[in-house]
Design a protein. Structure first.
Length: 146
């Protein structure tokens, strides 16, 4: 997370043991995560981040909030081929996938674990396939590669 619709909101990366709160940010209809101490800063999650909610998670509905039926979730992104839609989602332990913007506000979750895969970490300059292939070929020719 931070979804495309939160680019005008201050943000920071979440850390292990952060307690996040589902919230709606001023000046936007988008929902996301903030901390109780700083409700104006969006907490950014990397795909694969695991969260534990205090209670059964609720999602907004037209008249009533519905329960998801789970407390544990893994952050992921969906619908990446649709640039004008929200991408941030949670995949719950029961298999249900819910977009973060559909969460009811005020729910608390603790960051349990961050993804171990370094490929999911943000990089200053994106590595293209051609650049990676060039590095692998150079390493192979130098006798350091596969």
């Amino acid at each position: 997370m931070c979804d495309y619709s939160l680019h005008t909101v201050a943000s920071r990366d979440a850390k292990i043991d952060d307690v996040l709160v589902s919230c709606r940010f001023p000046g936007t209809e988008t929902r996301g995560f903030c901390t109780q101490d700083d409700p104006l800063t969006a907490m950014c999650l990397r795909p694969g981040t695991e969260l534990a909610f205090e209670r059964d998670v609720r999602i907004k509905g037209f008249f009533f909030r519905r329960k998801v039926g789970a407390h544990l979730a893994r952050f992921r992104q969906v619908d990446l081929n649709k640039p004008t839609e929200h991408h941030d989602a949670l995949e719950f332990s029961n298999g249900r996938i819910v977009k973060v913007t559909d969460l009811a506000t005020g729910q608390r979750a603790r960051v349990l674990q961050m993804p171990a895969d370094p490929a999911t970490r943000p990089t200053a300059t994106p590595v293209t396939i051609e650049r990676r292939a060039t590095r692998l070929c150079a390493a192979h020719q130098a006798g350091r590669g596969p």
